[in-house]
Design a protein around this ligand. Structure first.
Ligand SMILES: O=C(O)CCC(=O)C(=O)O
Length: 265
C-alpha cells in the first residue's frame, strides 16, 4: 500500500489521515491476542489504571514477535516513508487499551515528550495507530486539533504530578494548558477520529490530541507505532529502550505475507 497525492496533501493540511481495511479480521484477532498477552506482563513497561488493570504497554516490539513484525509491516512503513520523504526507524511503540471507566489521556503532543525528554531534535515524525476495535463516538475516540502540527512544539505544556495516574502512565506527558487548548481550538477546531477495526491512522506526531474516559462497555484497543526519519534521532538516552529507541537503523519493511507467519515460532 502507498498513499495518493491527495492523502499526502490531507496529511500536510489537517495533520492526519485514516486508511480503512488495511488489516483483515483474522489479522486483527492475531494482533489483539498478542497485545492482550503483552499487557499481562508484570514489568515496568506496563502502565496501569488506579485499580491495577493494564492501560498502556510501551515497547511492544521488544516483547512479542508478531507485534515486532507489525512495527515493520510494509503497510505502515511505506506510507510513513512517503510522508516523511526518508527512511524511518521506530522511536516508540505502545499498546493502549481504554477499558470501561479507565483514565483519560490529557491533551498533549507526542513530540512534546520525544523532544524534551528523549532529545529528538525536529518536530518530524508519524504517529501510526492500528485500530483493533471499532472506535466510534461512544467508546472514547481520539480527539485531535486539526492543523495544530503547524504550531510546532506548543510551549505552554508541563508535567502534571497531581494527575491520578502520574506514576503509572503520565509521568512523561507534557500536558497542554487549558489556556493554550482554548486558543488552539478557537483557531483550528476539534475533531474525533473514528474508524473500524483494521483501519490505520497516520498522524503527524506534533498534532495536539487526547481522549476522555470510556464510560461505555465497549473496549477500545489501539496499537501505536511512532516512527521518525533516520536523521531525527533521540539524543539523550534518558529513558529505557521500551520508551525510546536505541536502534536507529532504517526499517526494512516486512511484506504482508511475511507478517502472516511472523510470531509462529
Ligand atoms: O489512545 C489514546 O487515547 C491516546 C494515546 C496517546 O496519545 C498516548 O498514549 O500518548
Amino acid at each position: 500500500m502507498d498513499l495518493t497525492e491527495a492523502q499526502c496533501q490531507e496529511f500536510r493540511d489537517r495533520g492526519w489521515i485514516v486508511v480503512g481495511d488495511v488489516f483483515e479480521p483474522h489479522e486483527v484477532e492475531l494482533l489483539s491476542n498478542a497485545a492482550l498477552k503483552v499487557l499481562e506482563r508484570p514489568g515496568p513497561e506496563v502502565g496501569r489504571e488506579i485499580d491495577g488493570s493494564p492501560h498502556v504497554s510501551w515497547g511492544m516490539h521488544l516483547f512479542d514477535k508478531r507485534l515486532a513484525a507489525l512495527c515493520r509491516h510494509e503497510d505502515l512503513i511505506n506510507p510513513s516513508r512517503t510522508l516523511l520523504s526518508n527512511e524511518v526507524y521506530v522511536h516508540q511503540s505502545r499498546i493502549n487499551m481504554k477499558q470501561t471507566n479507565g483514565s483519560i489521556v490529557a491533551w498533549h503532543q507526542d513530540f512534546g515528550t520525544y523532544h524534551r525528554v528523549d532529545g529528538v531534535p525536529e518536530p518530524n515524525g508519524v504517529m501510526i495507530a492500528v485500530f483493533l476495535d471499532d472506535v466510534t463516538e461512544v467508546n472514547a475516540p481520539l480527539l485531535a486539533v486539526p492543523g495544530s502540527h503547524k504550531e510546532g512544539l506548543v510551549s505552554t505544556a508541563s508535567l502534571d504530578p497531581t494527575s491520578a495516574d502520574f506514576e503509572q502512565v503520565s509521568k512523561y506527558r507534557y500536558d497542554i494548558t487549558d489556556e493554550t487548548m482554548a486558543q488552539l481550538v478557537n483557531q483550528y477546531g476539534l475533531e474525533t477520529i473514528t474508524a473500524s477495526a483494521g483501519s490505520v491512522l497516520f498522524m503527524d506526531m506534533t498534532v495536539v490530541h487526547g481522549s476522555s474516559v470510556n464510560i461505555s462497555p465497549l473496549r477500545r484497543l489501539l496499537l501505536y507505532v511512532n516512527v521518525c526519519p533516520v536523521d531525527n534521532r533521540g539524543e539523550t538516552y534518558e529513558r529505557p529502550e521500551y520508551y525510546a529507541a536505541r536502534d536507529f537503523s532504517s526499517i526494512v519493511p516486512v511484506s504482508s505475507e511475511e507478517f502472516q507467519v511472523a510470531g509462529q515460532t
